[in-house]
Design a protein around this ligand. Structure first.
Ligand code: HEM
Length: 216
């Protein structure tokens, strides 16, 4: 029987490249956000209570999720230290649910009207996926647990994806007449792309491959 070290050794190199890039981007963008979180500037109409509870609460609860994610998806650790996977899993999925609920408020009240619908949908779907992943683990349905934990990660990773799109939006969307339209398009893409890529990998890709395979 293969040991966990052997199983970990079988991981595709692209896996390490992805997580190294994801972790570096997460740390970079988290450090970049510290100024925003500490800033006394509030949106018009916001109160201190509103800021501390929703905004800082969301940021503090959500941040560990990005750092825990690589550990949770590492097959070696999951198999060799199941109790660590279980505890980090509670922090990860619990964080997605609480930060997502706070994100629903933040998104639905954001000062940019065009961002409200995509952000509210994104945060609600994030909570929904994390709750299903948790319930699947409780019921020991590990196939669905894995699939929904991946989906929850893909949407939580929006913190990184949106900032990457933000870096290129001035060039990529330069043909759009206004910055507001660019912002709105960015938010819709941040909702659509993680779902599209995840489902392509988990469901649509394998189904298409099977259906388009040459008949024997
Ligand atoms: C693990 C994932 C996430 C982390 C680490 C995270 C972290 C943060 C941080 C640090 C801030 C404050 C800095 C800033 O405004 O840029 C913030 C704000 C915000 N987050 Fe998240 N977040 C995550 C996921 C999400 C998701 C999935 C949504 C979905 C809607 C969301 C919605 C928001 C909103 C609406 C704001 C306020 C933006 C503003 O006022 O300009 N976040 N988040």
């Amino acid at each position: 029987m293969a040991t966990s070290a052997q199983r970990a050794g079988a991981i595709h190199p692209a896996w390490f490249v992805f997580w190294a890039a994801f972790l570096s981007a997460s740390i970079y963008f988290l450090l970049d956000s510290v100024g925003d979180v500490m800033s006394p500037e509030l949106q018009d109409g916001s109160t201190t209570w509103n800021r501390i509870v929703w905004y800082v609460g969301h940021a503090v609860i959500a941040s560990p999720i990005l750092l825990i994610a690589p550990l949770q998806f590492m097959p070696g650790l999951r198999q060799s230290r199941p109790e660590v996977h279980r505890w980090l899993g509670r922090v990860f999925l619990g964080g997605c649910i609480v930060a997502g609920l706070l994100g629903i408020f933040l998104g639905s009240t954001l000062y940019l009207p065009g961002s409200r619908i995509p952000l509210t949908l994104l945060a609600s779907t994030w909570v929904f996926f994390a709750a299903i992943a948790w319930q699947a683990a409780r019921r020991r349905d590990f196939v669905n647990h894995r699939r929904f934990a991946i989906r929850a990660f893909a949407l939580g990773g929006a913190f990184v994806w949106v900032r990457i799109i933000n870096k290129v939006q001035g060039d990529v969307f330069s043909w759009m007449p206004t910055e507001d339209l660019q912002e709105t398009t960015k938010e819709w893409l941040t909702l659509f792309l993680p779902i599209f890529v995840t489902e392509l990998w988990l469901n649509w890709g394998p189904t298409a491959k099977k259906l388009f395979a040459r008949k024997a």
